[in-house]
Design a protein around this ligand. Structure first.
Ligand SMILES: [Zn+2]
Length: 859
């Protein structure tokens, strides 16, 4: 439906023509408990620069009942292709549209969820990118800001939250009415409505005269697990930090955070009414890494209140800047805010954001940070590792380049200048040029308009006394994958070099040199004449975005003493470098396993431990020589059991190793241990076998044929919640029988009845790396179905299927050939093509890494 896919050109034309003043939106949610549709009435007032001109307004709805433009009623049948044509505008216009809109179960638009615990209905909206039009008629583009006033009819006794403070409802019947005050001028994609018998906890942020009401909400069935004090604490730290750094008071009248069910993303920055996925309300023990991630998400959304909500991108091509800024802001706030529990946030940033960015930036689909976004389909597949993670990494480099004080000075000017308006990248760069006195045009061209990752390598020459005769940093241009856009360039890098010596088994930093690297070779005269340190670490402190290679001597020391760095950041950088080499086939999967086994025992950062655990599993499943794979998995499983038994009782490490063992257990003894933990016949001191861990154990038992429907049903009886239903669906799909696979496949591919979360659970259960043969027939079925899926399902749902059901476990030339044949004949839409091409790249990379591992096995 081309009308659904608004183009940038259409948006530009419409923005030139219109100024939108206000929306009055009336929603009748009296039907919420039954589902189906709800009545939506929109009155929008706007002016036109060219009277007599035509335009259109966006709406995705089953039916339109009334269209009245300036008192003249238009034929509702003119509504077609997600648009309502508006012919012959006046200078001042009032448009009234009455429609029946649909509740969704995909997490897009107005999502409707029934909690199996209490049978109650819970609603929330999710509008980014273009889904406000699923709830009311709107000019769906970020630069047509307006004031939004919502009137909501909903069941009596419900909680109704929107951008403006919640009014007292009126009315005596079964349905009451909430009339919200108009918002300030904001974009449609950050408007919001959350309604249902949610429960709230309240506090306020106070700073001198300023008092901002705070609320935290969740479903009653999660209330016993909610820890609002922890949420408020991080939120207040964020208010303090951002208000000071931005020198601009929080711009909205209150700040609510709502944990909502079946949420597709981590969270959404609706102005003053942030929604977050409710897995962040922890039902069972999680590691500190999960608390850190939640705090980061809270700060990310809070930063958006200024960057994104108060000042908003003109068009989606600057989505990267919006997301990168918030991602950078979350990390810098965690690192610096007084009282922060996670001052090592840059380690997590290196461990997670950088890893994501490096992976995405080596896919054939990689693109410059400043992407061409010609239409809405372009932006919907662009919530990727370039937009979030590379952008944030490059922003961190920019801060190192201009200096942090100048950076925030520029940001302060930017907020003052553009409050309640829309901007382009050049507005921010201009402000930073003013504050720093640096010319950013060359910098911006090199970093934002080109794709790929530079490689930085040290060149060390020693004299006969073992002193450094010359030291240089060598820079390689990115190795862009075939088909990638853009030219491969060298870039200016601000980096630090760390020098480390061995003291016993500890690696101690003895010096740090910060310098600008530019061009293919940058000499470092400061190091000439010095004794060669045990380890030379380029990009220490992780200032720039580059692949880092260690010289041979440093690599040997690090391989033996990785746990010896006392600071977590250099360890994370070395782990990342080793993982990167494994992915590139420069380090054999079996050698990465050895490195992990020697280094993990001393790794104290739980986030890093969990990343390495996942990466080892991936290396064994995808990058190991298939003839050796089973040996590697057996070694990993045995090690996991040893680590589990040796871990401190009740520690995060103990839980992380329990999960790791549950992912890989294969011998009778290991599987018996899982079963024993589950039925209580075996105990490991300090390990709480709680609701989530029980499901983790059961999933593995189901996947290995040790638990069947009876056990799954019994577990669901113990935990008959939404999360329990998802886990049960995953367990069923994981069973190692042709019938279970066929059933799972049919429920996802041949039916559209599953909600977004259940579908995701079924897909993850379906794909079991130990079941390659059983899954092999589904490669052909995938290519037969995927185009139809893309054409008939919503964006989120189809993306889950396209990415999740790709035959990624069939690492063979045949899979590449089948993919190529499909790409050549199916004529996929660009966004669909991109997703399949990315999946294909995973097979290509795995084949190459497997060859490297095979060679290492023969050496
Ligand atoms: Zn964001």
């Amino acid at each position: 439906m081309p009308g659904t896919n608004l183009t940038r050109e259409e948006a530009r034309t419409r923005a030139d023509l219109l100024r939108v003043d206000a929306y009055d939106i009336e929603l009748d949610l009296g039907s919420a408990r039954e589902g189906g549709t709800f009545r939506s009435t929109t009155v929008v007032r706007f002016t036109a620069t060219t009277p007599g001109a035509d335009t259109f307004i966006d709406l995705v709805a089953p039916s339109v009942e009334e269209i009245t433009l300036n008192g003249v009623s238009l034929d509702p049948a003119s509504f077609a292709d997600s648009r309502i044509p508006l012919p012959g505008l006046a200078a001042e216009n009032e448009l009234r549209i009455v429609a029946d809109c649909a509740y969704t179960n995909t997490g897009e638009g107005l999502h409707r969820f029934v909690d199996p615990v209490d049978g109650e209905t819970y609603l929330y909206t999710q509008f980014e990118v273009p889904d406000a039009r699923r709830v009311f008629a709107t000019f769906e583009q970020p630069d047509l800001k307006a004031a939004f006033a919502f009137t909501v009819h909903a069941p009596k006794g419900w909680v109704v939250v929107s951008n403006s403070p919640t009014p007292t409802p009126v009315g005596d019947g079964d349905t009451q009415t909430w009339t919200f005050e108009p918002t300030g001028r904001i974009s449609s994609y950050i408007t919001a409505l959350i309604a249902g018998p949610y429960v709230g906890v309240f506090d306020s942020y106070e700073n001198g005269e300023q008092k901002v009401p705070l609320g935290v909400y969740c479903r009653p069935s999660l209330r016993e697990f909610l820890d609002p004090e922890a949420v408020f604490e991080v939120t207040k730290q964020g208010f303090d930090y951002f208000q000071e750094k931005f020198d601009f008071p929080y711009p909205f009248p209150k700040y609510d955070q709502l944990f909502v069910p079946e949420f597709n993303a981590g969270a959404m920055e609706n102005a003053g009414a942030v929604t977050l996925r409710d897995q962040y309300v922890f039902r069972s023990k999680v590691t500190d890494a999960a608390y850190e991630a939640r705090a980061a998400t809270i700060l990310h959304e809070l930063a958006h209140m200024w960057f994104g909500d108060l000042v908003t991108m003109e068009w989606w091509n600057d989505l990267w800047l919006n997301e990168s800024f918030a991602t950078f802001a979350e990390a810098v706030c965690q690192a610096e805010a007084p009282g922060s529990k996670w001052p090592h946030s840059w380690t997590t940033f290196a461990n997670q954001m950088k890893t994501w960015a490096y992976r995405q930036d080596q896919l054939p689909s990689t693109h410059p940070i400043m992407a061409e976004i010609n239409d809405l389909e372009d932006v919907q597949v662009n919530f990727d590792g370039i937009t979030y993670a590379k952008g944030a990494s490059v922003l961190k480099q920019l801060v190192a380049y201009v200096g942090q004080d100048a950076f925030f000075e520029g940001v302060r000017a930017y907020f003052k200048r553009h409050a309640w308006g829309n901007t382009r990248l050049s507005d921010l760069l201009g402000a930073l040029e003013e504050s720093s006195g640096r010319d950013l045009k060359t910098w911006s061209k090199a970093w934002l308009e080109t794709a790929g990752i530079n490689v930085l390598r040290p060149s060390v020459v020693l004299n006969t006394d073992g002193e450094i005769e010359s030291f240089a940093v060598l820079q390689d241009a990115p190795a862009l994958p075939a088909g990638a856009k853009g030219e491969a360039v060298l870039r200016p890098h601000r980096i630090a070099i760390g020098l480390y010596e061995l003291n016993g088994d500890a690696l101690v930093r003895t010096d740090r040199i910060e310098l600008d690297v530019d061009g293919p070779r940058t000499e470092v005269p400061e190091l000439v004449g010095r004794h060669r340190p045990a380890v030379v670490l380029l990009n220490d402190d992780d200032l720039t975005y580059a692949k880092i290679r260690l010289d041979e001597d440093s690599l040997a020391v690090v391989t033996e003493h990785l746990g010896g760095f006392d600071d977590s950041l250099p360890r994370a950088l070395c782990w990342a470098s080793a993982w990167d080499m494994t992915r590139d086939g420069e380090l054999a999967a079996r050698d990465y396993l050895s490195l992990a086994l020697s280094g993990l025992g001393r790794e104290s950062d739980i986030g890093v431990v969990q990343s390495v655990q996942r990466q080892v599993k991936l290396a064994l499943d995808a990058y190991a020589d298939p003839d050796w794979r089973e040996q590697g998995l057996a070694r990993w499983a045995a090690a996991a059991e040893e680590f589990l038994r040796a871990a401190a009782p009740g520690s995060d490490h103990q839980l992380a190793w329990a999960r790791t063992l549950a992912a890989v257990a294969r011998t009778d003894g290991q599987l018996g241990l899982l079963a024993g933990l589950l039925d209580g016949s075996v105990e490991i001191k300090g390990l709480a076998v709680d609701t989530e861990l029980r499901w983790t154990l059961l999933t593995r038992l189901a996947a290995t044929g040790r638990a069947d429907e009876a056990e799954i049903a019994a577990e669901l009886e113990r935990d008959n919640t939404a999360a329990g239903q998802e886990h049960a669906a995953s367990c069923r799909a994981a069973r190692p029988t042709a019938a279970a696979k066929a059933e799972a496949w049919a429920s996802v591919v041949e039916s559209d009845k599953l909600t977004n979360y259940v579908q995701e659970a079924v897909i993850s259960g379906f794909q079991q790396s130990d079941q390659r043969e059983l899954l092999a027939p589904y490669a052909a079925k995938y290519f037969a179905a995927v185009k139809g899926i893309w054409e008939t399902r919503s964006h989120e749902i189809s993306q889950q299927i396209i990415v999740g059901l790709y035959p990624a476990l069939q690492v063979t030339q045949e899979t590449l050939d089948a993919t190529d044949a499909w790409l050549a004949s199916a004529e996929p839409a660009p966004a669909l093509r991109r997703q399949v091409v990315e999946a294909r790249a995973g097979i290509e990379r795995a084949l190459k890494a497997q060859a490297a591992d095979r060679a290492a096995g023969g050496r």
